[in-house]
Design a protein around this ligand. Structure first.
Ligand SMILES: Cc1cc2nc3c(=O)[nH]c(=O)nc-3n(C[C@H](O)[C@H](O)[C@H](O)COP(=O)(O)O)c2cc1C
Length: 335
């Protein structure tokens, strides 16, 4: 695999830092395209295909044109923090080729909401594909004031985002996942939802952790329904899954080892929600590494699918490869 994918020769952090330059260059010469397969419309947003980039791939929204040139059906920008911050220092990412796994403890490196706003302002409306903005908190903001950071981001980016993703599930910002505990979550969501409803009325999604047990997940889903959230992303990285991998203890794992857990969580969510899902969006993310994986998540009940690791292990042509296979299978069905 490595022979045809030269970026895999580079250390993961260097490949990660260089990719925006290549993507920026590519988008200057390549027209936008979003191949049509499994198209659908949700809350007035048109998805020509259901495959997009996951949170953390384009943290600052400065590569959106590149994703549009590569054939993504939608883009997620962020995680954005209100003030610029560097994220964690030291070794922050690694990969295992044999397991097609990534490990990271980045901790929201972000150029801040004002920078992202400038990037979003520079994109023509209507957007070529829907753009979701994933929002988080600065590391030094105490948990009991976290809602202020999310509201700050909403207000800065509300005019430009097609939908927001509330990220409370990253394992790399100290204490963040505590906000997913039902008691904390209720107060937090009520405040954020109220501001959004009064000022922007953008769809709000919640990104969930794969490390929640079924009881906690059911509670979070029930509460989200009660408070009127518009959907969920399942899932973020896992703090477990170290078997056979030489990754450090802290941080989160994604890619191949996450696939069974992400599938399980999706199946569980569709079961709990049943008909009460009623137009709400389920996005599957975690260990989607092939076209077959994408089709599998759609069959399990996700309307949209996101990838991070696939872009590292399969490369940037992944969107086109999947589109090609989708079109081939449609033709086979018709003949
Ligand atoms: C290096 C790296 C950085 C990430 N940064 C973010 C982030 O800023 N916000 C977020 O919501 N998820 C982030 N994620 C999690 C991904 O969005 C995704 O949930 C996870 O990687 C599982 O998908 P995958 O198996 O396709 O990689 C990051 C993942 C990686 C590997």
């Amino acid at each position: 695999m490595i022979l045809t994918k030269p970026w895999l020769w580079l250390p993961s952090a260097l490949a990660h830092d260089l990719s925006p330059y290549f993507l920026g260059l590519y988008s200057k010469f390549k027209k936008y395209e979003s191949p049509s397969w499994h198209s659908f419309t949700w809350r007035g947003l048109e998805f020509k295909n259901p495959l997009g980039i996951a949170g953390g791939v384009d943290k600052n929204g400065d590569q959106v044109r590149g994703w549009w040139s590569l054939g993504a059906g939608f883009v997620e920008v962020g995680t954005v923090t209100p003030a610029p911050q560097k994220g964690n220092s030291g070794r922050v990412m690694s990969r295992s080729l044999s397991h097609q796994a990534l490990w990271n403890r980045m901790g929201f490196p972000s150029r801040g909401a004002d920078y992202v706003r400038e990037q979003m302002e520079s994109l023509l409306e209507p957007h070529f594909t829907p753009i979701f903005v994933n929002i988080g908190k600065n590391a030094q903001t105490p948990l009991d004031r976290a809602h202020e950071d999310y509201i700050f981001n909403l207000r800065r980016l509300g005019p430009y985002a097609d939908a927001f993703v509330i990220n409370l599930s990253s394992p790399n910002t100290e204490g963040l996942r505590k906000l997913l505990e039902p008691q904390a979550l209720r107060g937090f969501l009520q405040t954020v939802i109220q501001v959004n409803t009064e000022e922007f009325a953008r769809p709000l999604l919640l990104k969930l952790s794969p490390d929640m047990d079924e009881e906690q997940m059911a509670q979070v889903l029930e509460l989200s329904l009660e408070l009127g959230l518009d959907g969920w992303i399942l899932t973020n990285t896992s703090t477990a899954l170290r078997q056979g991998l030489s990754f450090p203890r802290e941080g989160g794992v994604s890619g191949g080892p996450l696939a069974p857990l992400a599938r399980e969580r999706l199946i569980f969510a569709t079961k709990i929600l049943g008909p009460r899902r009623n137009g709400r969006l389920l996005i599957s993310c975690g260990g989607v590494l092939s076209a077959e994986d994408v089709f599998d998540r759609l069959e399990l009940g996700a309307q949209l699918v996101q990838v991070y690791s696939a872009l590292v292990f399969q490369g940037p042509s992944f969107f086109r490869q999947v589109a090609q296979k989708a079109l081939e299978s449609t033709l086979r069905e018709k003949s």
